[in-house]
Design a binder for this molecule. Structure first.
Ligand code: UDP
Length: 454
């Protein structure tokens, strides 16, 4: 049975190489399942850090590679992305060996489909040159927003125009080339970071970008990236709308979340989660806790391990007696079934770090956002949510309990209705674009033909 499920209808195999982060693996797995449904056989190449459990994916084949520097992976907490990224940079050789082995096995066997292409996360700095050394066509999956890729691709031009080094008095100025962003939203700390340049380069030397986005949401950025990088772009998202939800979570999903939500009034609950990587100081964490309590709004709060910088945050980090004070008005879990939560009728708002998956998931469920970006592209996503699509509020004044309580009430009770109407309109577009004749549906058809043309 397994063998039949893994066999390709099109007689071609694709190799997919995700980076080992939750927010990057999720969309790559959705892409894998989607392309499998189009008739390709799929092999996922992965590292021993945060490995995906193959038992959840009987239709996919998995290959892992090891090397000595990777052994330290298991000791690095997920909230330390920069250390993990530098260890990942050492994976070039083991990846090359693994690829070489797969290609040799494919060449030697008569019953194995030829490999059409490799699809990588552009965060891997070496995948382009390794693929080129085997003459293997390679595409990239952009797991983040297209607008942040546009910013990364525009950095040389922004430097030329004098936005850097950043000047305090200019931080609130809009960037005419990148609406609705302001100078302060740019990844200033990363400006001279060669990692960003490498990401753009890895993308530029690929045969095309697959985007976890849709035309109706990011048409301007899609067109501009196409113009700047001169490669084909296939916006086929939201990827999670095409395939079922999988249990690929790093932490067990706490199903008490749903039981608790079932007892709440429609649209009354604020769901609070900052994704799998972002961390905050203990002071910010406590302000957040008090702000939630003071808002008087019912809340479901994900306090995942590592949420507080340098500690394994859990309920013990909450102020003494906090949960008793909250009582039935709040529920705190380590990890939630986020998609189920966002689609629950009791949820009326999402306080998020604006990771791209969370942002897309909120749009797909029509839930307005309170934006608390913490790192990387999250600031840019948050600005699009608040000032571009106008489907959320951005917390601009840092994490202070009075400001938090005020903003929560504004989102949930005062201005929520208008934002809800706008996000409902976007939600409908997100639903339609993946259906027959929709923009992402058509883009997927184009992508399938393109992959078969290699
Ligand atoms: N997520 C989840 N349960 C949680 C928190 C997050 O299942 O309690 C999922 C969420 O649905 C999303 C992913 O984890 O798909 C987080 O990805 P995102 O890009 O939003 O943020 P990252 O973790 O990459 O910062």
């Amino acid at each position: 049975m397994e063998g039949i499920m893994k066999q390709s209808k099109l007689g071609r195999r694709l190799l997919l190489f995700p980076t080992p982060f939750q927010g990057h693996q999720y969309p790559m797995l959705h892409l894998a399942t989607l392309l499998h449904s189009k008739g390709f056989s799929i092999t996922i190449i992965q590292t021993p850090y945060n490995p995906i459990n193959p038992t959840y994916f009987p239709h996919l084949t998995f290959r892992s590679f090891y090397n000595s520097s990777l052994e330290s992976y298991s000791k690095i907490p997920p909230s330390d992305p920069s250390t993990i990224l530098s260890v990942m940079d050492d994976c070039s050789e083991p990846f090359q060996d693994c690829l070489s082995q797969i290609l040799q096995e494919t060449g030697a066997a008569t019953d194995k489909e030829p490999i059409a292409a490799l699809i990588t996360d552009p965060v891997w700095k070496f995948a382009g040159s390794v693929a080129a050394s085997f003459n293997l066509p390679r595409m990239v999956l952009r797991t983040g927003s297209m607008s942040s890729l546009l910013v990364f691709s525009s950095l040389p031009c922004l430097r030329e125009k004098g936005y850097f080094p950043p000047q305090d008095h200019k931080l609130n100025e809009p960037l005419p080339e990148l609406p609705p962003l302001k100078a302060r939203d740019l990844p200033l700390e990363w400006l001279h970071n060669e990692r960003l340049e490498a990401l753009v380069q890895e993308t530029k030397i690929s045969q095309g970008v697959i985007g976890n986005t849709f035309e109706e949401l990011e048409d301007y950025s899609i067109a501009r990236v196409h113009q700047i990088l001169s490669i084909p772009i296939f916006p086929i998202g939201p990827l999670h709308k095409h395939s079922p939800t999988y249990d690929t979570n790093y932490w067990a999903q706490d199903q008490t979340s749903i039981g608790w939500l079932n007892k709440q009034a429609p649209k009354s609950v604020l769901y609070v989660s900052f994704g799998s990587v972002a961390a905050m100081s203990k002071t910010e964490f406590l302000e957040l806790a008090w702000g939630l309590l003071d808002s008087m709004v019912p809340f479901l709060w994900v306090v995942r391990p590592g949420l507080i910088q340098g500690s394994e945050a859990n309920n013990d980090s909450l102020p003494e007696g906090y949960l008793e004070m909250v009582g039935e008005r709040g529920h705190v879990v380590k990890w939630a079934p986020q998609l189920e939560v966002l689609s629950h009728p009791s949820v009326g708002g999402f306080w998020t770090h604006n990771g791209w998956n969370s942002t897309l998931e909120s749009i797909c469920e029509g839930v307005p956002m309170l934006c608390q970006p913490i790192l990387s592209d999250q600031n840019m996503n948050a600005r699009h949510v608040s000032d571009g699509w106008r489907i959320g509020l951005k917390l601009e004044k840092g994490l202070k309990r009075e400001e938090i309580a005020r903003s929560i009430r504004k989102l949930m009770l005062e201005e929520g209705e208008e934002m809800r109407n706008r996000i409902t309109a976007l939600q409908q577009k997100a639903t339609l674009c993946v259906k027959e004749g929709g923009s992402s549906y058509i883009s997927l058809e184009r992508l399938t033909s393109y992959l078969l043309s290699f």
